[in-house]
Write a protein that binds this ligand. Structure first.
Ligand code: SAM
Length: 231
């Protein structure tokens, strides 16, 4: 009976998608999206652009941070019916500062016989580290810092860390973050990897105050940022 269950229970594929350059979709990612019964995406418009770039037409449903719990029930019932469900976020790897992890945890708990498969690919985290030139091969990833409560504590933790700390930051907060790092970690060498895989990709290195000046001067406060603070 167990074997029969395994054959009829579905598959959940957690698929990484490009972080800017549409060419960065793996063959397995493409194949899984093609084969899937259904795709769940953080923003259906973003994924539709990717699908049409590759000539795929699929039904896409929304699964974002706000709906993850509710949609998990829907996905669980699809898996119980033997469907192949693909989950993608807007960019990069689901579950890395993006929805996906809670869903995987629910599925593991409620449909333990379902196959859960990683289709690895781009992530801003690994892309930034791959060109940052850090000598250490250890690092601490904190994702987005909390906006209010816990922020000061996190900044102190960063200043005291014996490992390089990797953060994600949005364009409208990057100068604020650099100003705070100037206060808490003035002596640190900071690397900013900006617009990775896109036309204006660049890596800037310096003290927090120098970097803030550079960004303001270049009017480069737009785009997406990975920030690496060295001890
Ligand atoms: N799941 C994604 C991943 O695997 O990288 C991260 C999603 S998170 C919501 C978005 C953040 O990732 C952005 O605010 C930025 O910090 C970083 N990011 C995403 N794409 C990037 C890019 N092309 N260049 C630099 N940073 C990027």
């Amino acid at each position: 009976m167990g074997g029969f269950d395994k054959l009829t229970t579905g598959k959940l594929s957690i698929v990484a998608t490009p972080i800017g350059n549409l060419g960065d979709l793996t063959f397995r990612a493409l194949w899984n999206m093609k084969e899937a019964t259904v795709i769940y995406a953080e923003d259906t418009r973003v994924i539709s652009k990717l699908l049409s770039h590759y000539g795929l037409r699929k039904s896409v449903f929304r699964l974002d941070a706000a709906t993850e719990g509710k949609k998990a029930l829907e996905i669980i019932s699809r898996l119980e019916n033997g469907e192949h469900v693909v989950v993608v976020s807007d960019a990069g790897t689901p579950g890395i500062s993006d929805p996906g992890a809670r869903l995987v945890s629910y599925v593991r708990e409620h449909v333990p016989e379902a196959t859960i498969e990683a289709i690895p690919g781009p992530s801003a985290l690994t892309a930034a580290l791959s060109i940052a030139g850090l000598v250490s091969d250890q690092f601490l990833f904190l994702g987005f810092l909390p906006h209010k409560k816990g922020r000061q504590t996190a900044l102190k933790k960063i200043a005291a860390s014996e490992y390089p700390v990797v953060l994600y930051e949005s364009p409208h907060r990057i100068l604020k973050l650099l100003a705070e790092l100037g206060k808490f970690a003035l002596q640190s060498r900071v690397t900013i990897a900006r617009e990775l895989t896109k036309l204006h990709e660049e890596v800037l290195v310096g003290a927090p105050d120098e970097l803030a000046k550079t960004l303001e001067k270049k009017k480069a406060v737009r785009g997406e940022f990975v920030v690496i603070i060295e001890p």
